[in-house]
Design a protein around this ligand. Structure first.
Ligand SMILES: [Zn+2]
Length: 433
């Protein structure tokens, strides 16, 4: 299976400049190709193939019309054009899908308001122009030629010359040691800038050691694991997860650190918008260096928040898997539905529910633990765990469940997790028989 890793790069100044140049060239080639294809469409010609576009781009490059292109590795622009062709393919594939709408209702009403007809470009899923303004800094490199050592990665043609002492410039330091195995086949190579740091994303095939099984000999046998119970996990806003063994994963967003950071962020946001207002010249905004500084600080806080949240989910899911339950049963949360509630949407977003589920699923897969997703309409919190009575009028504010049938009094979320555990048990025994 493919394992993917994202690792921070520590480029020196020369390398950093080069990375930005590469990203710019990638953007240029992508937009150039998109422009070409849209021209083709407008004039009723067929779209050009990947090969044709690349050939034409090479002509442009060698013509000297854009001299800066000559400094850029051919590979970077080649990959960008390939990327566009893939984007088009996806676009056409989506159009063929059943129930596909050309324009989303939101877009339709927008164009009705400004009294303009939407064009092909406005269609759902049509490739869009990449822009520097949106912070689009990314490029690809050939994943065959890339090389790693324990501490460095070698990218192509950062150094302008082939001289040996210059070639050292091609090696960029990695922020973590030994994360990426040396001398493997790599895939999904991408290099991105998040406004603060450069990152390298890469995938490689691992023959992972199965835990608790060692080697691949016992694949067909059930893993020998001390008999443990299954786990029902109820996800929530108050706590991130309530588990049927009566443990709880805290909601990290209530922690002191996050609260402090959010307060800081609010203050900075106000500061930034005030600075925008002060520097307004007529209809246009002017960015002063102080404003840029504040925006950078704001970005940094946002990254910090995202990192803390992501780390929390990773630690929580890892701890759950390490307890080696017989199975894990999760509810199928309707996150999109919850996002529509404006009082909840921010809190739901902060909880990373999708990420939690995704991690549970793949980490359980590695550890060979079955994961059961309960039906979306299964009333996990409305059902009495003692007698099975379904209380239909249970409100979100009712934290304690009092059963009108048998008088059972229990915490609402804990009961939901117990119900989910039971759900998992039934599902498993049914699939076994
Ligand atoms: Zn009851």
């Amino acid at each position: 299976m493919i394992k993917s890793v994202r690792i921070r790069l520590l480029p020196n100044n020369k390398q950093r400049t080069k990375l930005f140049q590469f990203a710019g060239a990638s953007r240029f080639a992508y937009n150039w190709a998109l422009d070409k294809q849209m021209d083709n469409f407008r004039e009723g010609r067929k779209l050009q193939s990947d090969y044709d576009l690349r050939k034409e781009f090479t002509v442009l490059r060698n013509s000297g019309e854009k001299p800066w292109l000559l400094d850029i590795s051919n590979n970077v622009t080649k990959q960008a054009i390939k990327d566009l062709c893939i984007a088009y393919k996806n676009f056409f594939r989506k159009q063929k899908q059943a129930g596909y709408v050309k324009y989303s209702p939101k877009k339709r009403s927008h164009f009705a308001r400004i009294d303009r007809k939407p064009t092909v470009y406005d269609m759902n899923g049509h490739p869009k122009f990449r822009s520097k303004k949106n912070g689009d800094f990314r490029f690809y490199q050939d994943n065959v030629k890339i090389q790693f050592t324990n501490t460095h990665v070698k990218l192509e043609s950062i150094a302008g010359s082939k001289k040996k002492n210059r070639q050292r410039l091609n090696w960029i330091r990695l922020a973590e040691k030994g994360r990426i195995p040396v001398g493997m086949k790599y895939t999904q190579l991408r290099i991105t800038f998040d406004g603060e740091n450069w990152w390298l994303g890469i995938g490689f095939v691992v023959k992972y050691k199965l835990k608790p099984m060692r080697g691949l000999k016992f694949v067909r046998k059930q893993p020998k694991r001390p008999y443990t119970e299954g786990m029902g996990i109820d996800l929530g806003i108050k706590d991130l997860a309530i588990i049927s063994d009566s443990t709880v994963v805290k909601n990290i967003n209530k922690s002191h650190t996050i609260r402090k950071l959010k307060k800081k962020r609010r203050r900075l946001q106000r500061q930034v918008s005030r600075k925008y207002q002060i520097n307004k010249k007529g209809d246009s905004y002017c960015k002063t260096s102080n404003l840029i500084k504040s925006e950078k600080r704001l970005l940094r806080i946002n990254h910090r928040l995202a990192n803390i949240r992501a780390n929390h989910v990773h630690q929580a899911t890892r701890a759950i898997i390490d307890r080696k339950p017989r199975f894990i049963c999760l509810e199928d949360l309707n996150v999109q539905g919850m996002m529509k509630n404006k009082h909840l949407s921010e809190k739901v977003q902060e909880q990373n529910f999708y990420e939690f589920r995704r991690q549970i699923e793949y980490k359980a897969h590695w550890a060979r633990i079955p994961v059961i997703i309960a039906d979306r309409w299964y009333p996990s919190s409305k059902t009495c765990v003692e007698c099975g009575y379904v209380k239909k009028d249970l409100k979100l504010s009712d934290r304690t469940y009092i059963c009108p049938h048998c008088g059972n009094v229990i915490d609402r979320d804990f009961q939901a997790s117990l119900n989910l555990k039971r759900y998992g048990e039934t599902e498993l025994s049914q699939s076994a028989s």
